[in-house]
Ligand binder design. Structure first.
Ligand code: CS2
Ligand code: MG
Length: 399
């Protein structure tokens, strides 16, 4: 079997998605997600201009060899653009191999280690009443765990807090304002109120979204201990892996990190020194199924669990690959599932299901996702940027 075509499809059914479609001489096709939110066209060009020409004529079954060829052969390796491009190829080849085998991908990854995949959903509110309503809505949808994001008095826009207004698509990044002291004063009171309203058992997660210094993160982790969080996510920018040693010394609040990581090296100290409890890497941004499975094996040596990143900007192709891995790996923790719009589901019809808060990849051979190119062309690319954060004095801060 040989690859005869590798095409990049960019579509925007509500948000931009980049998909690689690989076709073989036996008519078997594979899909891979290459969506890098806010920098989509960079990956599309990397694939179109540099990678696709290298794939034509090669054997689609040599997944590991192709991965190493694209990673080491690039010489300039790692980084979000390169690893999203390699991820799309890796996932598309796994899709083809599973289709040829006539099996759903999870069967090639060792089969099911559980019946279904536990998820968490997003709840947010500018104030407590709005937040409580949002949590109730997630519980009504069946979510067994809920991420809580809240407004902060004095700040107009805060990460993860929906304003109810349609997401703007400004020509440039929206600028949000931030005040760490106000946030650190406010958040424990919010979790006290949520526990008061919803009781001690509901698993509650929070994403600090890379905004604190290690000592601020240590303080927050400690202040949140009475509210028994499932995890505190991205509490401090983790390029400084050693910074988590200080956080770990001061709090037992479980820590989750890794959605912006692209290779196992980004996790080396965090995992080998037991500084986190969950690895958040996503198939789409970590180079694919092949390296992510290796990361989970490394994490398992330290009783650290998987928690694959699953916001709206991971396409249904990337989400499907995640769910197959979730069903197969032993050290599964939880899967983030924000869902997708109706328009997105039309462009990417898929076999995976979300039932009473749990996901299942389905039994269709391969990933179980299609790409309707006719629907896709109806939604052309639209420039869009992630927001940028500025402190009260105008200094740029982590968003
Ligand atoms: C977030 C993401 O879901 C999460 O945990 O950190 O929503 C993140 O902000 C986006 O994926 C950025 O594109
Ligand atoms: Mg996050």
């Amino acid at each position: 079997m040989q690859i005869v075509d590798a095409r990049v499809v960019v579509t925007s059914p509500g948000r931009n998605f980049v998909t690689l479609r690989i076709e073989t001489d036996e008519g078997v096709t594979g899909l891979g997600d290459a969506t890098l939110n806010g920098r989509e066209l960079a990956v599309a060009a990397y694939l179109r201009d540099h990678v696709a020409p290298l794939l034509v004529g090669t054997d689609p079954h040599r997944i590991e060899d192709t991965w190493q060829f694209l990673y080491r052969g690039a010489y300039w390796r790692r980084g979000p653009v390169t690893m999203a491009a390699i991820a799309a190829v890796d996932v598309a080849l796994w899709d083809i191999k599973a289709k040829v085998a006539g099996l759903p991908l999870y069967q090639l990854l060792g089969g099911a280690s559980r019946e279904r995949v536990r998820t968490y959903g997003h709840a947010s509110g500018r104030d407590l009443p709005e937040l409580f309503d949002s949590i109730r809505a997630r519980l009504a949808e069946g979510y067994p765990a809920v991420r809580v994001q809240t407004g902060v008095p004095g700040l107009k826009l805060v990460y993860g807090v929906r304003t109810g207004d349609p997401a703007p698509r400004p020509a440039g990044p929206a600028v949000e304002d931030w005040d760490t002291a106000a946030y650190l004063r406010h958040l424990p009171a919010v979790f006290e109120a949520v526990r008061g309203e919803f009781g001690p058992d509901l698993p509650l997660l929070h994403d600090a979204h890379h905004r604190l210094t290690p000592s601020q993160a240590a303080r927050l982790g400690k202040d949140l201990e009475p509210y028994d969080l499932f995890w505190l996510e991205d509490c401090t920018p983790a390029e400084n892996q050693e910074g988590l040693r200080l956080v770990r010394r001061h709090t037992t609040t479980p820590l989750a990190i890794g959605e912006v990581f692209n290779t196992v090296f980004d996790f080396q100290t965090l995992v080998s020194e037991q500084l986190i409890d969950y690895v958040r890497a996503a198939v789409t941004h970590f180079g694919g199924v092949s390296p992510l499975r290796k990361l989970f094996d490394f994490a398992a040596l330290h009783q650290i669990k998987s928690a694959i990143h699953g916001p709206e900007d991971i396409s249904p192709v990337g989400m499907a690959a995640a769910i197959h891995l979730d069903l197969a790996v032993h050290n599964f923790g939880i899967q983030e599932y924000a869902g997708h719009t109706e328009a997105t589901r039309e462009v990417f019809p898929h076999a995976y299901t979300f039932t009473d808060g749990y996901l299942h990849p389905g039994e269709r051979p391969g990933l179980g996702v299609e790409l309707d190119e006719r629907a896709a062309v109806a939604h052309p690319y639209e420039p869009a940027y992630l927001p940028v954060n500025r402190l009260q004095d105008g200094t740029v801060h982590d968003w």
